[in-house]
Design a protein around this ligand. Structure first.
Ligand SMILES: [Zn+2]
Length: 301
């Protein structure tokens, strides 16, 4: 170790670059000793490169009246890497902890060049989580209440053995999107029922390969119905939150959310307003989550 520690920064960074997208190795190395901790605290862009090579970016923080439009998270890239490695050790959902297994080979062959604008017709491949999270798994029942249950069970499923998802319908399903924003049962914080933003690995996975800074979504008539932008690369959470803005504020979707909140309040032995106050304190890894319809439901009680 003394010989290693007497090296200048440059060869130590060379070791770093050979690890590419192996985030657990980067985090372990940076915790090995004070010298390595100092070296790897010097340049946060090295951490960004490591995350990029593992297929992860940093979602933009939700806009608030205080921090304004297009807010950038206060998380450093180093802290994000530690967060992802830590979450992978406790999360029970394979499609979160190994979110980028599907693109590992592609990332291994992609030199880190930072996210850049691609030609509009450049081929991109959507992350399978985009389809799993946002499209009805059972279109025949999409208008019935039974769909509610089915969508929960399909919320963050184990990846299918098939690498290519089925061709998507033109517009994602509002109830499926809504369920990715609703809270979890208290006894299974990291299990299947958490809102997406409590799963940083699934949230930070780039929404496409290769990662892009801008995505335009068209409906079946070729009309753009949604634009997602993140200068450091659009992530699954960026897309998820843009889709959530499209959920109609109507009686049906309000009722889906209300039923979900009531069930969880009952399970927790709390009144609905007590439960609302409790969950409002858990705002996800970016500390900015807002539970859909909750403010409206509580204020109209
Ligand atoms: Zn998770």
């Amino acid at each position: 170790m003394p010989a290693l520690l007497s090296l200048t920064d440059a060869p130590l960074f060379n070791i770093w670059e050979h690890l590419l997208g192996d985030l657990p190795a980067h985090v372990s190395l940076s915790h090995t000793c004070q010298r390595l901790r100092e070296v790897y605290s010097k340049d946060d862009s090295k951490w960004q490169a490591a995350l990029f090579s593992a297929g992860y970016g940093l979602p933009l923080r939700r806009m608030t009246p205080i921090d304004g439009a297009g807010a950038v998270s206060g998380l450093s890239w180093r802290r994000l890497a530690v967060c992802l490695v830590g979450h992978a050790a406790i999360c029970e959902i394979g499609s979160c902890t190994r979110a980028n297994a599907c693109f590992a080979q592609q990332y291994a062959q992609l030199p880190y060049t930072r996210v850049r604008a691609l030609h509009p017709r450049h081929p991109i491949e959507f992350h399978p989580l985009y389809f799993y999270l946002h499209f009805s798994q059972n279109p025949q029942t999409s208008s019935s209440q039974s769909h509610h249950r089915r969508s929960i069970s399909a919320h963050l499923p184990t990846p299918s053995p098939s690498p290519s998802p089925p061709p998507p319908p033109s517009i994602p399903d509002a109830v499926s999107i809504l369920l990715t924003h609703l809270p979890t049962f208290p006894e299974c914080r990291y299990a299947q029922y958490g809102p997406l933003c409590t799963h940083p690995n699934a949230s930070c996975a780039f929404a496409t390969f290769p990662p892009v800074e801008r995505l335009e979504f068209e409906n079946g008539d070729g009309e753009v119905f949604m634009i997602v932008e993140n200068p450091e690369g659009c992530t699954i959470l960026d897309v998820n939150r843009a889709l959530a803005q499209l959920i109609p504020f109507d009686e049906y979707h309000l009722d889906v959310a209300l039923t979900h909140y009531q069930e969880l309040a009952l399970t927790s032995g709390m009144s609905l307003s007590q439960y609302a106050s409790t969950i409002s304190r858990d705002r996800g890894f970016l500390d900015d989550h807002e539970y859909p319809f909750l403010h409206h439901i509580v204020s109209s009680m």
